[in-house]
Design a protein around this ligand. Structure first.
Ligand SMILES: *Cc1c(COP(=O)(O)O)cnc(C)c1O
Length: 515
């Protein structure tokens, strides 16, 4: 839809300029036979017919119908598309739980060095000693940050790390002849959605543990549910309410006494790096999201890394390959070196570019810098929270639990809905017109009309202040005319989408046929 077709509201219109607008015809419809963006030169290697390399049944009967366009056309097409999205490089992105911190450009420069970026994953380890050394040092740094014995870099995302952790747990119990007995995983009801999903995927049963009035794990409920069928406890700490559980040592003691392993969802390590360590709290397994706490471009499906760190007792089961140092040589430790390993979780060794950025981030900050990053993340969140609560948000969008927070906080828009007739979704959409990416909404599920805000340490006080002004202006608009919010956003390339219809009836390709 072009801006002209929209009913222009009096309170704001799309600011897209003509050259930012995508042409009315698609890139496919712009195709002209014979146009080329690039011409491949002959390789000089003998031409082996494709049919000899790939089985006939895997070959197309006719070439793929790709658009034939010139190089400037394709460059402009992608450039325009890239500017139609909201990204961290263009605005504040306080997406709770996702840690959208700035990605230092230094890390990009290091990751782009040819020795890193162009290394083939099948290179003989003897010729890739630098890369192996980097992975070995990263394993060591993450072990130090978590306070645990050993680290595997295999998992490619936080949720993949969760799966690895539960498979390690399963191997541990099976080794003790308790595999059949221990079928349950305890999870607080504040957990990130990936936790229960992983439990089911790993073949376990989820047992929900209640949250107490202060937003922590309900100890009485935990005591009642931990027992001989407990395989593990999975907790996020600070939890998704942004609260560090004051009873964490007691929680680990209860589950350890019941014979379960202790899993710490470390996706949100940004609040505690350099200050407290899951290993010291009694945990056995931690996954880290390198693409959150350790700065990586993420969101939109970019590659990630979810390494797991484990205690000594679980180290024999870690996924391989790991990197080991023998004297001054580095090598991969494979299944034959670690016979109880749960094996591989993916091809090759992980998303190496993500390792390089994370290692560059750790080295450039140092231990003190990591600690300062956590402290600033917590300070920024508490500053933003205090400023919001002191204004009209304190009445219409109050804090759901507690008084202070760690790196993020969860507001409840229940009063705004009741008294102003606007939902959290409406406030979130209106924020886009003010130039801010909306926070996470409707999560965690136990908070009515939840809005989860994580400012991160890399934002200035001026940005946080501007966000407060935006929220206050939006509440004032809601009082004046709630329709303003209900129809937002107005300034984005597309207006409010029908998310329910999009989920139930996804149309993922254009009505266009090859011909
Ligand atoms: C992001 C997140 C995950 C999942 O990580 P992915 O890399 O998205 O799979 C798990 N737990 C928590 C608390 C998270 O914030």
């Amino acid at each position: 839809m072009s801006p002209g077709e929209r009913s222009a509201p009096p309170w704001g219109v799309c600011t897209e300029t003509p050259q930012q607008r995508e042409p009315a015809v698609t890139i496919y419809e712009r195709s002209v036979p014979g146009r080329r963006a690039a011409a491949a030169v002959g390789s000089g290697v003998g031409e082996t017919p494709l049919a000899e390399l790939i089985e006939q049944r895997f070959l197309r009967s006719e070439p793929a119908a790709l658009p034939e366009v010139s190089e400037p056309e394709i460059v402009r097409h992608y450039n325009r598309l890239s500017r139609r999205n909201f990204d961290l490089d263009s605005g504040f992105y306080p997406l709770g739980s996702c840690t959208m911190k700035h990605n230092p450009r230094l890390n990009e420069r290091v990751a782009a060095l040819p020795g890193h970026a162009r290394l083939h994953p099948a290179t003989d380890p003897a010729l890739a000693q630098g890369a192996l050394a980097l992975m070995w040092r990263l394993q060591g740094a993450l072990a130090a940050v978590t306070g645990l014995a050993e680290v595997s870099l295999q998992p490619s995302a936080g949720s993949h790390g969760e799966l690895a952790g539960l498979l390690v747990t399963r191997a541990w119990h099976a080794d003790r002849g308790q595999g059949e007995l221990r079928r349950e995983v305890l999870i607080p009801d504040t957990a990130h959605g990936t936790n229960p999903a992983t439990v089911t995927m790993a073949g376990y049963t989820v047992v929900k543990v209640a949250t107490d009035g202060a937003g922590g794990v309900d100890l009485a409920d935990l005591r009642a549910k931990a027992g001989p069928s407990t395989a593990a406890l999975m907790v996020t700490n600070p939890n998704t309410l942004g609260i560090f559980d004051p009873n964490i040592s007691e929680i680990t003691a209860i589950v350890r006494a019941a014979g379960g392993t202790l899993y710490y969802d470390g996706a949100n390590l940004n609040a505690v790096m350099g200050r407290s360590r899951p290993g010291d709290m009694g945990f056995d397994i931690v996954h880290l999201n390198l693409h959150k706490s350790f700065s990586q471009p993420h969101g939109g499906g970019g590659p990630g890394a979810g390494p797991i760190a484990v205690s000594q007792r679980l180290a024999p089961y870690l996924p391989v390959p790991l990197v080991r140092r023998d004297g001054d040589r580095y090598q991969f430790e494979l299944a034959e070196d670690r016979p109880k390993s749960i094996g591989r979780l993916r091809g090759f060794h992980g998303n190496f570019g993500v390792f390089v950025r994370a290692y560059a981030y750790i080295l450039s900050l140092g231990g003190d810098g990591l600690r300062a990053a956590s402290e600033d993340a917590v300070l920024n969140a508490n500053y933003l929270l205090a400023r919001l609560l002191a204004g009209p948000a304190g009445r219409y969008l109050p804090l759901a639990f507690g008084e202070r927070c760690m790196h993020e906080f969860v507001l409840s828009g229940a009063a705004a809905k009741r008294e102003l007739g606007v939902r959290t979704l409406d406030i979130a959409k209106r924020l886009l017109d003010y130039g801010f990416h909306p926070p996470t909404v409707y999560f965690p599920l136990l908070v009515e009309e939840a809005m989860m805000v994580e400012p991160t340490e890399t934002e200035t006080r001026e940005t946080l202040d501007a966000f407060v002004v935006a929220i206050e202006s939006i509440i004032a608009e809601a009082k004046q005319d709630p329709e303003i919010l209900r129809n937002a956003p107005y300034t984005t390339p597309v207006r409010r989408l029908d998310e329910v219809a999009a989920a139930r009836n996804p149309i993922l390709r254009q009505g266009w046929t090859a011909g």
